[in-house]
Design a protein around this ligand. Structure first.
Ligand code: NAD
Length: 520
């Protein structure tokens, strides 16, 4: 049994592969309020993508341990749902304070395990923290509705009740923000929770769980299990789990959506993206270039809201030249280094895949304006680095366009008009985010009306909505009907109960009527 601590995930030293070093610490499960080492001997190492150092080892939760986690969540539910909403909110109020206290520790863990720059890792935590802050107002968010006297002496009201045990399955790219999209909303609504962090970077979830318990979350309300397909399938199949939140790729997301919904569960599944920006000739040059570079290459392109394709309306040449100049000036380095603009991609396999898709673009006729494939970062020669890469003359039939690249690669396309550009975007199978850069209100309004995407930016490179709105997504980027956080998030984690009550002095001898009751 582990004490409440997370020091196991803070080894950041070696820049060389570490086969001669002792075994890395094992990441515990959290079951019924206790951090426990798994009995499993099947494990996967968490690898620092800048150094290849094994940071920690994730045992795959066994079936018995998974059942114990669900059972702990089920047992904790009756008392937790009956805990006053104000008390549940206060746990979140404390949690947001503790996250602020430990934000540097969380960011350091994220940079170590995921690779993004420390500044970006702070942003990862902060955007999740805002969801915790929002959950502090749950009493208002969860309020029901009341209509008095729907019939003589009869009132009807509806209340939003928690579902029971809910589960969350997370991707690697936002190790703090995405768990925080999930469990704070779910538990403040009165549910209990099973969290399955990404096996590639589970450290932030463990730290957040420690903080949640320090904030007063009772034992069993939040549980953590680890693994990949098997534990995810167990979550989909388990009769005690009522709802699943998923964020990740389409392969996993559609599998989870179909398998879990076939078992009658609610599922919200946020999936892949190919986010486009349309740039009109009247756009502010400096601000637009900065936005394209930041959204294209920030986090090494591993954000679901990263900009991966720019469609220039009119002559692209001068835009592309300036884009290349700005992209060249970015510093690729270990995320720990203060001068880093972008760090490595998550794994050797991810790097190989990104490089393969760049090459396929070249082979199908795109022009490689900037090639980041052969970059070497002094001191971090083993890191999975790819420098900013720009392909121009890309067309919709190319593999590099059809696939989500998830790396620091910006594709440039051309269109003769706004209509043509909008059509390109709408024909793409994904619909996560889309942006337009222009000085024309009419063009922006047309874009906003006609574009098929969840998050729409106007002179903003694809904004992630703050928690009083919801993070959405359309077409292949989302399955389900209730989105993450905001009002939809509360609706996802609650079900409506409608109560009709009669309180009046009833006259005797009125007889029995078998007709369908109607309002009197
Ligand atoms: P991933 O799908 O590989 O993994 C996500 C989770 O699913 C992990 O916990 C993993 O263990 C599990 N998993 C993976 N394959 C599985 C399978 N076959 N069966 C069951 N479970 C499986 O995703 P990733 O590589 O960690 O994350 C990157 C992806 O996430 C990108 O496609 C990105 O666009 C997407 N993403 C989307 C959003 C959004 O809000 N739309 C946000 C962040 C990331």
């Amino acid at each position: 049994i582990f004490a409440l601590r997370s020091s196991y995930c803070f080894s950041t030293g070696a820049a060389e592969p570490s086969s001669s070093l002792p075994s890395p610490p094992r990441v515990p499960n959290l079951i019924g309020g206790k951090f426990v080492d798994s009995q499993s001997s099947s494990t996967i190492d968490v690898i620092n993508p800048a150094t290849q150092e094994a940071v920690s080892r994730v045992p795959f939760t066994t079936n018995e341990e998974f059942r114990a986690a669900v059972s702990a969540a089920k047992q904790a539910f009756p008392a937790w749902r009956n805990t006053p909403i104000t008390t549940r909110q206060r746990v979140m109020l404390k949690l947001q304070e503790l996250i602020r206290r430990d934000i540097d520790k969380l960011a350091m863990n994220i940079t170590t395990e995921q690779g993004k720059t420390l500044k970006d890792a702070h942003g990862d935590v902060f955007r999740g923290l805002e969801v915790v802050e929002h959950a502090c107002g749950m009493a208002t968010l969860q309020m029901g509705e009341y209509v008095p006297n729907v019939s003589n002496g009869i009132d009807t009201f509806s209340i939003r009740e928690p579902l029971g045990v809910c589960a969350g399955i997370c991707p690697f790219n936002f190790p703090a923000m995405i768990p925080l999209w999930m469990f704070p909303v779910a538990v403040t609504c009165g549910n209990t929770f099973i969290l399955k962090p990404s096996e590639k970077d589970p450290g932030a979830s463990i730290i957040l769980a420690e903080l949640a318990m320090e904030a007063g979350l009772p034992d069993g309300v939040l549980n953590i299990v680890h693994g990949t397909n098997d534990v995810v399938n167990a979550i989909c199949d388990d009769d005690d789990i009522r709802a699943i939140s998923f964020v990740g790729s389409n392969t996993a997301g559609m599998h989870i959506y179909s398998r879990a919904s076939a078992k009658g569960k609610r599922v919200q599944s946020n999936m892949g993206a190919k986010n486009h920006a349309i740039v009109l000739p009247d756009a502010n040059v400096d601000a637009t270039l900065n936005a394209l570079v930041a959204a294209g290459f920030g986090a090494a392109g591993q954000r679901c809201m990263a900009l991966s394709t720019v469609v220039f309306v009119g002559d692209p040449q001068s835009w592309e030249n300036k884009l290349v100049e700005r992209a060249k000036s970015l510093k690729v380095n270990s995320g720990m280094e203060p001068d880093a603009d972008l760090g490595p991609v998550i794994s050797k396999q991810a790097k190989e895949r990104v490089c393969r898709l760049i090459q396929s673009g070249v082979e199908s006729g795109a022009r490689l304006l900037l090639d980041g494939r052969n970059i070497v970062v002094p001191g971090f020669e083993h890191g999975n680095f790819i420098g900013p890469t720009i392909l121009s003359g890309v067309t919709a039939d190319m593999e590099c366009y059809k696939e989500e690249i998830f790396g620091p690669v910006l594709l440039c396309m051309e269109a003769g008009s706004v209509e043509e550009a909008i059509n390109i975007l709408n024909r793409n199978k994904y619909g996560n985010g889309a942006a337009i850069f222009t000085a024309s209100g009419a063009a922006a309004r047309k874009f906003q009306t006609e574009i098929e995407a969840g998050q729409v930016g106007i002179n903003v490179p694809i904004p992630v909505p703050l928690p009083f709105f919801s993070f959405t997504g359309s077409k292949a980027s989302f399955a389900g009907d209730l989105n993450f956080y905001g009002k939809a998030g509360v609706n996802f984690y609650t079900q409506i109960k409608t109560i009709t009550q009669q309180w009046k002095d009833l006259p005797g001898g009125s007889g029995v009527s078998l007709a369908m009751p109607t309002s009197q």
